[in-house]
Design a binder for this molecule. Structure first.
Ligand code: NAP
Length: 268
């Protein structure tokens, strides 16, 4: 199988690319710069690279118009993304624009350019969406807007491609232990304990299963999240483990991880 992947340089994308390469699949990776492509070539020997900055969708579109694109693809995995937390009152246009460009506009541009290749293989498009694409919260306005947009785009794409056999999945992820999640914790003012969150390899395992789904079925949406405490005692114990004194402040949400997990709202 041949896969086009964004975000293979870190976190979930790196785990997915590694899992697919380990079983002998062919990778076409988008790197944001030539230098990044050279670095990633040592991690994923044999992969093919395209260079494009997702923060610059117009330049990306121009590059794709001139490039020799893969002839046929079994999947297009939109995994790259950025998250910058801020309140609506203080957010900047630049931060909002960057998140919308990387998380939404560039995936739209890439999908459009690669659809012919996907149709040739009746391939699958996977969007790494987020719990914030189901319900957004204080501090997550721009990121949430980008992921809500991505959900709408995926729904239209799925409906448009029904007759071509291209299948489309939105993957609504809860917190996963990646460099992005570490940065999110810094922005929230919380201590970071990666063992509390889903591991990138677990998410990668689900993506691989999704790609291997036989043609007689489809999975349009998956919601993956770390398991929530299941009883009042579990919850109590969990709250004591994460004592408020261990945090510098309560951050954007003014509720802690366990409260959000209990409500089924585990971000980002
Ligand atoms: N981690 C979570 O808790 C979580 C939860 C829900 C949803 N998600 C979603 O899952 C996806 C992956 O997140 P992650 O946690 O694995 O993030 P990550 O570790 O920060 O990795 C993000 C990847 O995106 C790439 N990227 C960012 N900006 C780019 C740009 N302008 N052009 C090209 N590539 C760019 C990065 O490239 P470099 O390698 O060059 O830096 C990196 O490979 C994202 O869409 C995120 O929104 C994550």
């Amino acid at each position: 199988m041949r896969h086009f992947i964004t975000g293979a340089g870190s976190g979930i994308g790196a785990a997915v690319a590694a899992a697919l390469q380990a079983r002998g699949d062919e990778l076409v990776l988008l790197a944001r710069t030539k230098e990044r492509a050279t670095e990633l070539a040592t991690v994923f020997p044999g992969a093919t690279f395209m260079v494009g900055d997702l923060a610059q969708p117009t330049a990306l579109e121009a590059m794709l118009a001139l490039a020799v694109l893969p002839w046929a693809l079994d999947s297009l995995l939109h995994i790259a993304g950025i998250a910058r937390l801020d309140r609506v009152r203080t957010m900047s246009a630049m931060d909002a624009r960057d998140q919308l460009n990387v998380n939404l506009v560039s995936p739209m541009v890439l999908t459009s350019a690669l659809l012919p290749a996907l149709r040739r293989r009746r391939g699958r498009v996977v969007f790494a969406n987020s719990s914030a694409g189901i319900q957004s919260r204080p501090g997550w306005a721009a990121y949430g807007a980008s992921k809500f947009g991505l959900r709408g785009f995926a729904d239209s794409l799925r409906a448009e491609e029904r007759s071509t056999g291209v299948r489309v999945t939105s993957l609504y992820l809860g917190r996963t232990a990646t460099p992005m999640q570490r940065r999110v914790h810094v922005q929230e003012g919380w201590d970071y304990d990666p063992s509390r969150w889903m591991q990138p390899d677990t998410v990668a395992e689900s993506v691989v299963q999704l790609l291997d789904l036989p043609g007689d079925a489809d999975i349009p949406a998956v919601w993956m999240r770390p398991p929530a405490p299941v009883t009042d005692d579990d919850l109590e114990a969990a709250v004591h483990q994460q004592a408020p004194a261990s945090r510098t402040h309560r951050g954007f949400g003014e509720r802690d991880h366990h409260e959000t997990e209990r409500d089924g709202l585990s971000f980002s």
